[in-house]
Design a protein around this ligand. Structure first.
Ligand code: UDP
Length: 354
């Protein structure tokens, strides 16, 4: 029996999460995938480069919603996704993570009575000021199948009464890193490393840091005082917010890089400092200690054994925790690297029973 699956993606981390699932679908002749790109991320180095590097099929639809306030962006997506779903009539809609593209996709699909599956379900920061937290809660509440990356996510879904829809899949980002790190070679070495030996890798993109000059100053003061240079891929829009922020040549700001360049940077770094959700996990997968520049983490498994410390935008904490170099054993919380297979199997079997 043939099944048609619509994948809705729109941001950098979603391209990375969807890549392994799309690769698997391409191998199954009875499954057709329609890729809908909402256009939430649209710059070449935030979007196109990932489709090329990760060999994701070009989107069948680009809804070109672009930037905007949350209401404006989500509303436009909802309207445009609905039109595509009415036309395509997929058996399943697949949504990823916690962005506006996720919640818009979920709402459009379930209201059309299309079966909806959420990949990376059950994540919670318990910080309702994060737009991502609202997107996660609402998406999990309405979706038909909730693919949880960890046991902790399964437990949280159970606490919310959603266990009947929850399926432990493992983490698709773990699948991705296992597959793509095999492809790494010297061509992926970013030029910034030509003049560096040891370094820390950092990213900053959450509004709680980028839109708060005090937080930014505290982080950049810490980066300026660290014992090794800090390589910081930074989006030009975030770079504009650095006007008036003081830092020195220890901070090596570069443009955002492709996924393979990022894995290269990660593999050769000493430690990671980030407010990204995905990079905290990738640091853990590559056994790189991490400092999380936020007040909480959804990825609580990484906090064990000194692999990840919550340091917020606190300069003293950053300078203190960066010195810790003793680690416990890692847990195998993120599955066996075959999360995509589990997801695709589940969707194809479930359809057969209907
Ligand atoms: N990433 C990348 N290039 C960069 C910065 C990050 O490929 O210049 C990757 C990173 O390795 C991870 C993902 O983007 O796989 C994380 O995305 P982001 O931090 O934007 O989102 P979050 O994970 O916080 O939702």
């Amino acid at each position: 029996m043939n099944i048609k699956l619509a994948t809705i993606i729109g941001t950098r981390p979603q391209f990375i999460k969807a890549a392994t699932v799309s690769r698997l679908i391409k191998e199954i002749s009875s499954v057709t995938e329609v890729i809908i790109h909402t256009g939430q991320h649209y710059d070449d180095n935030m979007s196109e480069v990932f489709f090329k590097q990760l060999q994701i099929p070009q989107p069948h639809y680009n809804l070109e919603v672009g930037s905007g306030s949350h209401g404006q962006q989500t509303g436009l997506m909802l309207q445009r996704i609905e039109q595509v779903l009415i036309k395509e009539k997929p058996d399943w809609v697949l949504i990823y993570g916690d962005t506006n593209s996720t919640i818009a996709g979920a709402l459009a699909a379930v209201k059309l009575h299309i079966l909806t599956a959420h990949v990376e379900a059950g994540l919670r920061s318990f910080n309702r000021k994060m737009p991502e937290e609202i997107n996660r809660i609402a998406t999990d509440r309405v979706s038909d199948v909730l693919f949880a990356p960890t046991q902790n996510a399964m437990d949280l879904l159970q606490k919310e009464g959603l266990e009947q829809r929850a399926v432990f899949s493992g983490d698709v980002m773990y699948d991705s890193i296992l597959f793509y790190s095999e492809l790494l070679n010297e061509s992926h070495r970013p030029p910034v490393l030509d003049s560096l030996d040891a370094y820390y890798l950092a990213t900053i993109h959450r509004p709680e840091n980028t839109d708060n000059p005090q937080h930014l100053q505290s982080i950049f003061s810490a980066f300026s005082e660290l014992d090794l240079p800090v390589v910081l891929p930074l989006h030009p829009r975030t770079r504009n917010l650095l006007d008036g922020i003081r830092y020195n040549e220890n901070v090596k700001i570069i443009d955002p890089v492709g996924y393979l360049q990022m894995l290269y940077l990660l593999r050769h770094s000493f430690k990671v400092l980030t407010d990204s959700g995905g990079l905290q996990k990738e640091a853990y997968f590559m056994q790189k200690p991490c400092l999380t520049l936020r007040d909480q983490s959804e990825w609580v498994e990484t906090l064990e054994g000194n692999w990840n410390f919550i340091v917020a935008a606190n300069k003293d904490m950053i300078l203190e925790k960066i010195q810790i170099n003793e680690y416990g054993p890692q847990t195998l919380a993120f599955g066996n690297g075959r999360a995509a297979k589990k997801i695709v199997d589940h969707l194809t079997n479930k359809k057969r029973q209907i």
